[in-house]
Design a protein around this ligand. Sequence first.
Ligand code: 5GP
Ligand code: ZN
Length: 114
Amino acid sequence: MAEDCVFCKIGLGEIPGELLYSDDLAFVIRDINPKAPTHLLVIPSEHVTYLTSFNQDREALLGHMVLVAREMAQREGLAESGYRLVINQGSDSGQEVPHLHLHVLGGGRLSVMG
Ligand code: 5GP
Ligand code: ZN
């Protein structure tokens, strides 16, 4: 938990939000400002800021996040049509929230990256 971190607060229920999924390691919410018809965020419960803060200790957490994303994509009906997983890292990526998260984007044809 980091004070003033919006994702830590959502994870702890301090900010009301639609928790679509949660387990010991991660939880899932809908993005408040969706960039695709379906836009989910897979967020580790632990406050980790950036991908660059990860070391091999957390390899399993990253793998878990990808599996949760895959499961949520299935539940949201995206498995057949396809979807995109994105992690933004740092300023050039436009990362807004310094608590690592995995975007799940789908539900329509996605624009080209970059
Ligand atoms: P980033 O640009 O850091 O990779 O993505 C942060 C995402 O979090 C953005 O897409 C933004 O819309 C979303 N977001 C920021 N604040 C909130 C919030 O309070 N609730 C939810 N559900 N999403 C948020
Ligand atoms: Zn946090």
